[in-house]
Design a protein around this ligand. Sequence first.
Ligand SMILES: [Zn+2]
Ligand SMILES: [Zn+2]
Ligand SMILES: [Zn+2]
Length: 344
Amino acid sequence: MSELRKDLVSGRWVIIATERSKRPDDFRPASEARPASEPGGFCPFCESSESKTPPEVFALRAEGTRPDTPGWRVRVVPNKFPALNRGTPPPKFTRGVLQWMEGIGVHEVVIENPDHAKELADLSVPHVRDVLWVYQQRIKAIEEELHYQYVQVFKNKGKEAGASLSHPHSQIVATPIVPKRVKEEIYGADRLSRSCKECVFCRTIREEAAAGERLVHKNSHFGIFTPFASRFPFEMAVYPLRHSPFFTDLREEELGILAGTMKAVLTKLKQTLGDPPFNLVLHQAPNPSLSHKTWPDIDRNFHWHFEVFPILTKMAGFEWGTGYHINPVSPETAATFLKFEGPA
Ligand SMILES: [Zn+2]
Ligand SMILES: [Zn+2]
Ligand SMILES: [Zn+2]
């Protein structure tokens, strides 16, 4: 069982996850380490290996096919080595200056398609739509259990981005506390929305679209730009033009347009940078039951979005020490390479 521990001074929570018990040997540089189990062939996420994962919790599959058999388009399974495990609301323990709780949470894997070689960018728009729809369904289902305060959907593509298996997949981790990073966005948005007299995200995308120098693409429903203070080279933000704090509020027709938009964004990233490792994260308001109680203005002030960043630089001493990022590519330059027209 893992544990959530709080660093009192910074207010940061850390997950001590012992499911995959590591020894110093496991952390040696790749050249010395024992060969990884995967390049050699076997992949538990490929079609016909369904029995090699924990039983599926959700799948989009052909009519008449049984769970945990071939015939699926998108399949969701619990992570075999979860950072957090499902359970009842964990009590918080305190001893002296130490604070911790049992590592209760959800950790699922969304296997985006049965074909090992097809990345999200390579899938058809309807298939990408299915993946996004599955995100929505899992978020809604997990949020029914009120003690899961925040559901984080993310994707690690490539070893450098943290993916341990190369079969295209995303992950969902729900935590019993709202992450510090998300709280910073909520409080920042609250404060700025008061001075802007409107949602600061709505204002940002409107101003970025008007200025144009960081705008990557805009269509009827979404705007993509390289953030003014981008932390990473070629970082992008994807904002819905219709204000909403919850990704789960996205309507059927918007989901199709988002699918086309995300496919285009990821394709452009792939073409521009030669299939780089990247992270994709979804930021949305925490579990609605908690959000509305804790942040009464959240419906007005928060605005869900995706952040996408290729992994081209490493966090180093200065970044860890200060929280500053040094970005060697200006977002204005990045935008000139990433801009695209059509399709959505
Ligand atoms: Zn595979
Ligand atoms: Zn907004
Ligand atoms: Zn964000």
